[in-house]
Design a protein around this ligand. Structure first.
Ligand SMILES: Cc1cc2nc3c(=O)[nH]c(=O)nc-3n(C[C@H](O)[C@H](O)[C@H](O)COP(=O)(O)OP(=O)(O)OC[C@H]3O[C@@H](n4cnc5c(N)ncnc54)[C@H](O)[C@@H]3O)c2cc1C
Length: 472
């Protein structure tokens, strides 16, 4: 970390909000007006809406992340985790990748920690569940699913085969519906290359506690989305929960029981629990309580936005929703736009100028459900345009392809899509990537066995000689 005479703007979290806020501040700031420091345990921002496509192999893992040092070259990037904030001394405690924890002083602070998977104390979930919040999980899921097909093809045990070919997804919002849509597509395509695994041998189950899937696109498209998934042989159980999944034995609240090697958990998010150690005012569900200027309640030098913040939705309030119930939903659309207003407000705050309000009306939502399949709702003033199928899927790709941060990544993602149009889907399972040193370790570890064996042989020979001597 550099020592600096200039005021420091410390941004905690380098995701959507962190990246876009840092860029905005650096763009609006005068030369050397302040030092911008971003702290994140990862050195890259993850474009989460592309995780389902990454799990399906349509986008390479490298292209779904944006290196922070390249995307915000004017900022200082510290790879570590902020563990606490001391507001009196204006310092943040940072635990770096290696070595002792240290303190980073700040003059202005941005809280952008995002959210984590919302889980329940379901027996077996921690051991069996796979989340879908990071690129590591997406690539892990892809390898895991393809490995299940390998296992099913190579076993003679019917029970092992059935368990390998059963895939349970819990949560049917954006993340869940898109992930099951993409993964089913991947498995269907991959099965064409197996002799003894057919799509009909696989079982895909989607469970949601609510009475609909894809609530983000409204009831009509949500119903279409459910019917579409069902038409592909996916069993969808609504108003259903998963009370237990010990050792992969999945028990559903509707009485259904299945054995599954794959349990994907996409049942919503909750604000990052680290916030509890920051001493900031929190709302009823653990979000940082902010004003419409994105300033944290009661503070004029701390701002928060994105999935970890409770930001008043001024459009909903204007339309009659009571203020205590109208907060912006946690999605990328809000995170990105809030980050820009936040960046402007930080610069204004530094110069003693007034703060602007965050106000944004929903522009709609797009969701991909596998290659050439999707739903899209586009809001234009009072008009809502609803699209289904291939056209919606083009909208989904068009929107996200352009929204991907940096030209470098936009071009790479679009190039990959173009190449994939003319190539068959890649079905290599690279599960061994998760333990890259295993084989080398086996080769390089000292081999004590022969030495022991030799010693034992010598002992035996000595014994025999002794016995012979005694006998004679
Ligand atoms: C699978 C999936 C699909 C989605 N699809 C869509 C979609 O189609 N449309 C849409 O609008 N939204 C979508 N979203 C939601 C969207 O991605 C989020 O709303 C958005 O990422 C929120 O941005 P953020 O900056 O608040 O959090 P994030 O982007 O999650 O960034 C938080 C950052 O904080 C860092 N961090 C965590 N703890 C610490 C710490 N202690 N110290 C420092 N840094 C820390 C993290 O490493 C991370 O980089 C999707 C989400 C998922 C998971």
């Amino acid at each position: 970390m550099s020592t600096t005479e200039r005021p420091r703007i410390l941004i905690v979290g380098g995701g959507y909000v962190g990246l876009y806020a840092a860029r905005r501040i650096l763009k609006k700031m005068r030369y050397a007006e302040a030092t911008v420091t971003v702290v994140d345990p990862r050195s890259y921002m993850t474009y989460q809406p592309f995780l389902p496509e990454t799990a399906a192999g349509s986008i390479s893992p490298r292209n779904v992340v944006v290196p922070l040092r390249r995307a915000v070259p004017g900022a200082e990037i510290l790879t570590g985790r902020v563990t606490s904030i001391d507001q009196d001394r204006k310092v943040a405690a940072v635990s770096p990748l290696v070595g002792e924890a240290y303190e980073v002083p700040f003059d202005y602070l941005v809280i952008a920690l995002g959210a984590v998977s919302r889980t329940f104390p379901t027996p077996g979930l921690a051991e069996q569940g796979i989340g879908m919040k990071g690129v590591e999980e997406a690539i892990g899921l892809r390898n895991h699913v393809l490995e299940q097909l390998d296992k099913a093809e190579s076993t003679t045990d019917e029970e092992i085969r059935r368990k390998a070919l059963t895939f349970v997804f819990v949560g049917g919002g954006f993340a869940g519906a898109e992930t099951i849509g993409e993964v089913e597509d991947l498995a269907r395509d991959a099965a064409k290359f197996y002799k003894n695994v057919k799509r009909e041998d696989m079982r895909f189950v989607l469970v949601d506690a609510a009475d609909k899937v894809l609530p983000e696109v409204g009831p009509e498209l949500g119903t279409y989305g459910r019917k579409h998934l069902e038409s592909r042989g996916i069993e969808v159980y609504l108003k259903t929960t998963m009370p237990s999944c010990v050792d992969g034995h999945v028990v559903l609240s509707n009485g259904l029981e299945v054995d599954a090697n794959t349990i994907v958990w996409t049942a919503g998010v909750k604000p990052n629990p680290a916030l509890a150690r920051f001493g900031l005012p929190l709302g009823p569900r653990g979000h940082v309580d902010t004003q419409s200027t994105l300033q944290v309640q009661g503070s004029d030098y701390i701002w928060a936005a994105g999935d970890n913040a409770q930001v008043p939705d001024l459009v909903a309030i204007k339309n009659g929703t009571p203020a205590e119930r109208a907060w912006c939903p946690p999605n990328a659309q809000h995170a990105m736009r809030q980050a820009k207003v936040l960046g402007d407000n930080v610069v204004s705050g530094m110069r003693g100028f007034p703060q602007g309000d965050y106000k944004h009306s929903n522009k709609g939502a797009v969701a991909g459900l596998g290659l050439h399949k999707g739903v899209a709702m586009i809001v234009m003033g009072k008009m809502k345009i609803k699209l289904k199928g291939r056209l919606a899927w083009y909208m989904h790709r068009g929107y996200h392809g352009l929204a991907m941060p940096t030209w470098n990544r936009k071009v790479r993602v679009i190039a990959e899509w173009t190449i994939n149009m003319f190539q068959k889907r890649d079905i290599t399972a690279l599960g061994a990537l998760e333990t890259p040193r295993e084989e080398f370790y086996e080769a390089a570890k000292p081999a004590p066995a022969p030495a022991k064996a030799e010693a034992k042989t010598e002992e035996k020979v000595e014994k025999k000689v002794e016995e012979k001597a005694k006998a004679s």
